[in-house]
Design a protein around this ligand. Structure first.
Ligand code: Q0Z
Length: 286
């Protein structure tokens, strides 16, 4: 890509500038678990995530404008409008997991939301809550209060991203639930376009930016299996790995099982055979 200037790296994605207005977001096949990127790739993982994000962008356009301009024929890279990103992560939680569960157990509340007593790990919340976080350069995002978030982006903008986040989460969670997937929580990132309008950016509603749980195995009262990464986690636990870098190489059985889970999530949610996506990635846009 002689015309693309590398401008950023995430744990499993790369970002390039195409020109002053456009970015290229490339999803690799790298996988992270327990916050460490493993030495073994999951073939087509980047294509699954790119296709899923594009699918959701196409289906939520009427709810909220987004940065997607085009999916490239490789199926793993998308051309996006360059935005001025807001300095907060917009997290919506429909279930009590991760730092939401930890904060609830410690303080009875999450990001200033007082929750009913007696909730168990992974319980569904009476209604979804908005729990903003800062974007820590370390990658370890920290939950902040609504007031802190409002101070970072302005009160009016805070209200707008909260409302949009709820609308997007409810739409996607209802849709996914009918297809056997619980979206327990999800993270959105918004930016401003050249006219100062709020636009949904980054990736959205993928298993890397959300917790996907198999609905048929849902059993609150403890942690839930991950729809996509459970084979990887189980294998890593079995090896006795101490969860510091470098992580273990994955055996081919774990790679194949994990790839199948990503493809299954794609096919369940989009209703499109993954092979059809590979032949023409634009199928997720119509
Ligand atoms: C997204 C990230 C990645 C590293 C910046 N439309 C946009 N306009 C301006 N900035 C961004 C976007 Cl998506 C933007 N990130 C996150 C993605 C690699 C960092 F692929 N950073």
């Amino acid at each position: 890509m002689p015309d693309a200037v590398h401008v950023g790296s995430g744990k499993v994605r790369e970002l390039y500038a195409l020109d002053a207005e456009r970015l290229l977001l490339v999803a690799s096949d790298r996988i992270s678990t327990f916050d460490v990127v493993l030495p073994t790739a999951i073939p087509d993982k980047g294509r699954v995530l790119t296709g899923l994000a594009a699918f959701w962008f196409a289906r939520t356009r009427a709810l909220c404008p987004n940065h997607l301009l085009a999916v490239r024929p490789d199926g793993r890279s998308t051309e996006c409008r360059r935005l001025a990103m807001l300095p907060i992560e917009c997290v919506v939680r429909g279930y009590l997991a991760g730092t939401g569960w930890k904060d609830y157990r410690a303080h009875g509340e999450v990001c200033g939301h007082r929750l009913p007593a007696g909730l168990r790990e992974s319980d569904r919340l009476p209604e979804p809550i908005f729990t903003p976080a800062t974007k820590a350069p370390s990658g370890h995002d920290e939950n902040i209060t609504r007031a802190q978030a409002a101070a970072l982006v302005g009160a009016e903008r805070f209200g707008a991203v909260e409302r949009l986040s709820f609308t997007l989460y409810r739409f996607a969670a209802d849709y996914a639930r009918e297809r056997g997937i619980i979206i327990a929580d999800t993270k959105f990132e918004f930016g401003l376009d050249g006219d100062g309008r709020l636009v949904l950016g980054d990736e959205a509603l993928t298993p890397d930016s959300s917790r996907f749980w198999p609905a048929d195995q849902y059993a609150p009262g403890g942690p839930q299996p991950s729809f996509d990464k459970q084979f990887v986690r189980d294998f890593c636990e079995l090896t006795g790995w101490d969860k510091t870098a470098p992580g273990p190489e994955l055996p081919s059985t774990v790679v194949a099982g994990t790839r199948a889970r990503y493809v299954e999530a794609f096919e369940r949610l989009t209703g499109i055979p993954f092979a059809t996506y590979l032949a023409d990635p634009n199928v997720v846009l119509s």
